[in-house]
Design a protein around this ligand. Structure first.
Ligand code: SAH
Length: 249
């Protein structure tokens, strides 16, 4: 009740939620919905301030309740532009990076994309955002613990067009191919050939890629466009993603 009386104090499960609202009937979510939507609006303003402009991406990020995807101890920070731990040494990307990648993926399209493949489901947040931007979302995760967590996090949204898969995303997911878009939330040393093969002609892939071995070992965001003439790659700004690993664990 000190700095932020209305949010996140009213979030379900937070210690103060039970004491703070004696006048509100139990299990009444309206107040929470309004509070968190106001905080999301502020997040959208900050994203716009960072130069993110795609109205569909901003709309989608305004619609998905990021606080439901993080640990209850972290709900305070859910709408700050920061990455957060989601367990098993992995992180949910910061909103600015999610918005940037999805804006690149959409590449100014006027409507939703067709089928999209996400590598690295993590807690399922970006898959939920993607569900507003694509006709079908295939999201693959190699860690069973996170795959299960994402399933749990997405359950209440009943997103029939989001398919959560447990597997090695380095192999892509051929059954859903070809994809209008592929987006990776983990970075390897190169873009796996399987992803390029499974991308539709006219499709776009957005992924972090580690700089070739050597000194700094940083990552850059890479955009790959597949055209009838071949593949065109563009290297963009530096980013920090968890490593892309092979196999299922
Ligand atoms: N989009 C996620 C971000 C998760 S972090 C979210 O919104 O929460 C990246 C995830 O990629 C981690 O969960 C990690 O386990 C996963 N990952 C790394 N290598 C992978 C691979 N080869 N196949 C599938 N997932 C992978």
């Amino acid at each position: 009740m000190k700095e932020r009386p209305s949010f996140p104090a009213r979030l379900p499960g937070s210690a103060s939620a039970k004491k703070a609202k004696p006048a509100t009937p139990a299990n009444q979510p309206q107040g929470l919905g309004m509070d968190s939507s106001a905080v999301r609006q502020r997040m959208l303003q900050k994203l716009a301030g960072q130069g993110l402009r795609d109205p569909l991406v901003l709309q989608a990020m305004g619609a998905v309740e990021r606080h439901r995807f993080v640990d209850s101890a972290l709900v305070n920070q859910a709408y700050e532009d920061t990455s957060l731990p989601i367990g098993l040494g992995q992180t949910i990307s910061k909103p600015g990076v999610v918005a940037r990648m999805l804006e690149l993926l959409r590449n100014g399209a006027s409507g939703p994309l067709g089928r999209v493949l996400e590598i690295g489901t993590g807690c399922g947040y970006q898959a939920a955002v993607l569900s507003h931007l694509a006709s079908e979302v295939y999201s693959i995760e190699r860690l069973r613990g996170l795959h299960d967590k994402a399933r749990e996090n997405l359950r209440h949204l009943r997103l029939s067009r989001v398919h959560l898969l447990l597997g090695d995303g380095m192999l892509g997911y051929p059954a859903g191919a070809p994809y209008a878009g592929i987006v990776a939330a983990a970075g390897g040393e190169a873009i796996p050939q399987a992803w390029i093969d499974q991308l539709a002609v006219g499709g776009r892939l957005v992924a972090p890629v580690s700089h070739a071995s050597g000194a700094a070992g940083g990552q850059s965001l890479m955009v790959l466009d597949k055209t009838a003439q071949g593949v065109r790659q563009t290297v963009l700004e530096a980013v920090h993603f968890v490593p892309l690993k092979s196999g299922v664990a």
